[in-house]
Design a protein around this ligand. Structure first.
Ligand SMILES: [Zn+2]
Length: 195
């Protein structure tokens, strides 16, 4: 199970839990139903029942990690669905066709009709910047337009804050990169107390 967890992390959520804080456990915490899988953000643990086959386990891990990645919600809403569909795309890309189909099927069970409103577009925009920090504003917008079938002038009219959202996301990425560098420097110091 540990191996599958590492594989799922590496393959589908490479940006998540880079410091290896999250754990996986098949032992239920006190007071929970025994036959439930869950993502517990407080203890940073994914609880997964034992006894699943390999493909089921993979689907399940992707489902639960998709919750873990979405920091504000344990629900199966748009943010979770987007993570799942990204994972499905990635699974398809590495030839795991059945896994990709299983993920898509899972998402369909929860599918709210996709509403392409400002909130959704700005979230997508942020994700795009995080995924691809070097892409300039025009590139990100033209990707969003083609992905969701929006004309450029319609985009500019409907999503007037897009530029601000883009700049803020860039700033976020910069800050996170800096924070990670500081953290890694500290860790190096800690493991090398004599230097
Ligand atoms: Zn769930």
């Amino acid at each position: 199970m540990e191996d599958e967890f590492c594989w799922a992390k590496r393959t589908f959520f490479p940006r998540w839990d880079r410091n290896g804080i999250w754990r996986i456990s098949s032992k239920r915490p006190e007071g929970y139903l025994t036959n439930m899988n869950l993502c517990d953000r407080k203890s940073r643990t994914l609880y997964v029942c034992p006894g699943f086959g390999r493909n089921e386990l993979r689907l399940l891990l992707i489902h639960e990690i998709s919750h873990a990645v979405v920091s504000h919600s344990t629900k199966h809403g748009g943010a979770w669905q987007r993570r799942m569909l990204n994972a499905a795309r990635r699974a398809g890309g590495i030839g795991q066709v059945r896994l990709a189909q299983a993920i898509e099927k899972e998402v369909k069970q929860y599918l709210d009709p996709l509403i392409i409103d400002a909130k959704f577009i700005y979230q997508e925009l942020q994700d795009a910047v995080i995924d691809c920090p070097k892409a300039d504003y025009d590139k990100v917008v033209s990707w969003l337009c083609s992905e969701y079938g929006i004309q450029k002038d319609e985009f500019d009219r409907r999503f007037r804050r897009a530029h601000i959202v883009y700049e803020n996301a860039k700033e976020d990425v910069r800050e996170r990169t800096e924070a990670r560098k500081r953290f890694e420097a500290l860790r190096r110091e800690a493991s090398n107390p004599n230097s």
